[in-house]
Design a protein. Structure first.
Length: 491
């Protein structure tokens, strides 16, 4: 496909489209702040998440004259925060982070529309994608949160736009920018590093000869440089070669606790380990956070299914473990006895996990991953939006949530069909976007539940814009093919 001739409507009226996106993104952000912001949070705008301290505390440690500690996280969030902290206090710096996330979020509504124009050659499709993503609050709900989610969505969109722009204009400079934003993506979501070879392949395949090999190197260069510095820092700090995270997949402050061992056991059979989701498997074992009354602090959560039981332990054994966990959480034991009981519970859970892997290999290696995929995808996309019971919401709030559910369902049903079609015909992909976007969606959807056995609902936020875009493009393709089929007969 050749680049769309002339300038599209989105390009000609770009100021109007960007300003409109910023206004509506700002409205959604204010809604999220009203719902989620705690009174003791520094600043005026930012929302603290469970991960906020792990992103910002290392920066505060450096500013106080210490080292980058704790250093589990790559500094994808911390780096821009460090810049703001050079001339702002903590609260103002957090607010500045929110402003940056809001600006990128608004601009990316416009950029996603441009990507649709480039994919289809249709102004109407571009405006349709712009409008749908504009109305969707799924990803923008995180714009006020100090975490990696909002920035991860933005860097994916910007890097995709620069990638196609670089190929169209045969520009190594734009290709370097695509690589730079994707390097930022890796520093935000380290699992994205697995896509770097794909990015290099696309640069090689779609860049004109004789600079194909140079293009593949250029797009990887920003990550190679920044990650080399990060790896060198890690070597000096730990004498370990850690190019991504330190401490492995999960931080030590989690893996040293009992609920990590519960989580590890639940992952063996594909249960839902999200302890802040009422009714999840994790809460049955005695770990819960928020929504305590909805399932009586987990006591009313569903019991482990039959496929969670294998020879070597019984359902009664699991119930006994849950009771011991609740008793431990209630306190009353001395510090020494509490530590001994925690170690004993953890060891018992590890024994159950080992038994499960040995006695149920198919369930462990295959079905657990299928169940994790169901856990992460089988949602309505508004679990974190206006978390009050649906029946207590005002009429406009109910309408808002229903509309958001429709966006999520469309993106991950029609969008999934589009991904399958595009990947099936990958050899015929006319542009880098026709291959890069479905690969991004596939990877970002599958990497956590299938490869890592992780199922937080928010993982679906990152590929959502591209799933929505591809779903709209598929609808356009179907409508156009029907018209092409019908019009000659009518003529």
């Amino acid at each position: 496909m050749n680049p769309t001739p002339g300038r599209s409507l989105l390009e000609r009226r770009w100021i109007l489209f960007v300003l409109l996106a910023l206004v509506l993104r700002g409205l959604y952000m204010n809604m999220a702040i009203a719902e989620l912001r705690l009174p003791d949070t520094p600043g005026l705008l930012s929302v603290k998440t469970g991960d906020t301290s792990s992103y910002l505390d290392p920066i505060e440690s450096v500013l106080a004259g210490g080292s980058y500690q704790p250093d589990y996280r790559m500094p994808g969030v911390g780096a821009p925060y460090w810049v703001f902290r050079q001339f702002m206090d903590v609260g103002a710096s957090r607010d500045a982070m929110v402003v940056v996330q809001w600006l990128l979020s608004g601009i990316n509504v416009w950029l996603l529309g441009l990507l649709a124009v480039r994919l289809t050659g249709s102004d109407r499709v571009g405006v349709a994608v712009y409008a749908l993503f504009l109305l969707s609050a799924y990803s923008s709900w995180y714009d006020a949160s100090i975490s990696s989610d909002s920035l991860a969505v933005s860097t994916l969109i910007v890097s995709a736009w620069f990638l196609q722009r670089a190929v169209d204009r045969r520009s190594l400079g734009l290709l370097a920018l695509a690589g730079l934003f994707f390097a930022w993506q890796v520093f935000l979501r380290p699992v994205s590093a697995a896509l770097l070879p794909v990015l290099a392949f696309l640069a090689f395949r779609y860049f004109p000869a004789p600079r194909r090999w140079l293009a593949a190197v250029v797009v990887l260069l920003p990550f190679a440089v920044t990650d080399a510095l990060w790896t060198l820092r890690n070597w000096r700090a730990h004498h370990e070669l850690n190019p991504l995270t330190n401490q492995g997949l999960m931080p030590e402050d989690l893996t040293s606790q009992v609920h990590w061992h519960v989580m590890n056991f639940i992952q063996c059979y594909g249960g839902n380990y999200i302890w802040w989701a009422p009714g999840s498997d994790m809460r049955w074992y005695g770990f819960w956070k928020g929504g305590a009354t909805l399932d009586n602090e987990g006591r009313l959560a569903k019991a482990p299914p039959d496929h969670a039981i294998v020879p070597g332990y019984t359902r009664d054994d699991l119930f006994a473990i849950s009771e011991r966990i609740r008793a431990l959480s209630a306190g009353g034991l001395s510090q020494r006895d509490s530590l001994a009981e925690a170690n004993a519970i953890s060891a018992e859970l590890d024994r159950y996990a080992a038994l499960y892997q040995e006695q149920a290999p198919f369930n462990y290696h295959v079905m657990s991953r299928v169940r994790m995929l169901r856990n992460v995808m089988w949602q309505h996309g508004t679990e974190s939006m206006i978390m009050r019971p649906f029946g207590s919401l005002l009429l406009w709030e109910k309408i808002f949530k229903v509309v958001q559910v429709m966006f999520y369902l469309f993106a991950y049903t029609v969008g999934t069909c589009a991904v399958i079609i595009l990947l099936w015909n990958w050899r015929k992909a006319p542009t880098a976007l026709h291959l890069w976007l479905p690969l991004l969606v596939t990877f970002m959807v599958l990497i956590y539940p299938v490869v890592l056995r992780m199922c937080e609902w928010r993982y679906m936020v990152h590929p959502f814009p591209f799933a929505l875009l591809l779903g709209v493009c598929l609808c356009h393709r179907v409508i156009r093919s029907r018209k092409d089929h019908v019009l000659p007969a009518e003529g």
